[in-house]
Design a protein around this ligand. Structure first.
Ligand code: PBG
Length: 334
């Protein structure tokens, strides 16, 4: 910025460009469009089922048939991608997490159903063991330790089953080391050279994931916390090293998670690498806003749009948000 080139008052009046909607539009630096949105959804068993998630007002767990309907609506609204998270029946959770790579698990069934019925929406899937793990962790637990390398082998099996089901974008959210390289290699070897890896590269050990863990039924199972694999909220340089590492191992897109408390990381990552960069406005951010909106303390439409625009301003190319359909409708009206 060339501050020396600034005129002084009254030559410079910043209010001039704010005078009318037309001049505000002309001088607007960032915009949010429907094409910036990825919609995370929760899949459950059964047919014709929609169960509200109490800590996430407006969010439902949907059976596969209802997920297909939701995907159709999303595609009609112009939302480019939907991201699937399974609510796995507790009886299918085991120590070996074998349900994670079952070709007929919920996530894979939902992927196939969406790709058959709504081919033009991109399907993103989640790679991590927590929905299938008896102890709620993203990796295998051996003697109280979350083990890295054996987990990566399982993640590879999980990702290949997702690619076989038709996933367009695979999102490893597990934070194990070396998984992007292993996944990229396995995808290439198995004929999936066009499957995209959107790495949860800078994922923090955050308190803002609580409502999500309720939604996927992992809260009760989780023993301890995830701080031996997710990032320390105090760190920022480390995020850059993780993004560099994941890009060098074959990630196509990178994510920062959570979103709003980590906008500084979004900006640093975008500035440093210029790669396709995404933020996840996580469950706790959504819950926090909805709680205040429901109390009448905040204007829902306003804070929804403002919170999403913030990610664009911070340099993100897109946002995973539970607000996606609502925001898309709002954008279509304006
Ligand atoms: C776990 C996973 C989590 C989220 C996405 N994938 C939670 C966690 O790490 O415990 C959180 C998403 C949200 O809070 O909306 N693999």
């Amino acid at each position: 910025m060339h501050t020396s080139a600034l005129a002084s008052f009254p030559n410079a009046r910043f209010r001039r460009i704010r005078t009318s909607p037309a001049t505000r539009a002309l001088t607007r630096e960032n915009t949010l469009t429907v094409e910036d949105l990825i919609w995370p959804v929760f899949v459950c068993d059964g047919e014709n089922v929609e169960t509200p998630v109490p800590s996430m007002p407006g969010v439902l767990r949907r059976s596969v048939d209802r997920i297909v309907e939701a995907a159709k609506e999303a595609a009609d609204l112009g939302i480019p991608a939907i991201c699937l998270f399974p609510y796995t029946d507790p009886s299918l959770k085991t120590e070996d997490c074998a349900e994670a790579w079952n070709p007929n698990n919920l996530s894979n069934r939902a992927t196939r159903a969406i790709k058959a019925a709504v081919p033009n929406i991109a399907v993103m899937t989640d790679v991590a063991l927590d929905p299938y793990n008896i102890n709620g962790h993203d990796g295998f637990v051996e003697g109280g330790v979350i083990v890295n390398d054996r987990t990566v082998e399982a993640l590879v099996k999980q990702a290949i089953s997702q690619a076989e089901a038709g996933a367009d974008i695979i999102g490893p959210s597990d934070m194990m080391d070396g998984r992007i390289g292993a996944l990229r290699h396995a995808l290439e070897q198995n004929g999936f050279s066009n499957v995209i890896l959107l790495s949860y590269a800078a994922k923090y050990a955050s308190g803002f994931y609580g409502p999500f863990r309720d939604a996927v039924g992992a809260s009760g199972a989780l023993k301890g916390d995830k701080s031996t694999y997710q990032m320390d909220p105090a760190n920022s340089d480390e995020a850059l090293r993780l993004v560099a590492r994941d890009l060098s191992e074959g990630a196509d897109m990178v994510m920062i998670k959570p979103g709003m408390p980590y906008l500084d990381i979004c900006r640093r990552v975008k500035d440093q690498f210029g790669a396709p960069t995404y933020a996840y406005q996580v469950s706790g951010e959504y819950a926090m806003l909805q709680a205040a909106i429901q109390n009448g303390w905040l204007d829902g439409d306003k804070v929804m749009m403002e919170s999403l625009l913030a990610f664009k301003r911070a340099g993100c190319d897109g946002i995973l948000t539970y607000f996606a359909p609502e925001a898309a409708k709002k954008l279509a009206r304006s």
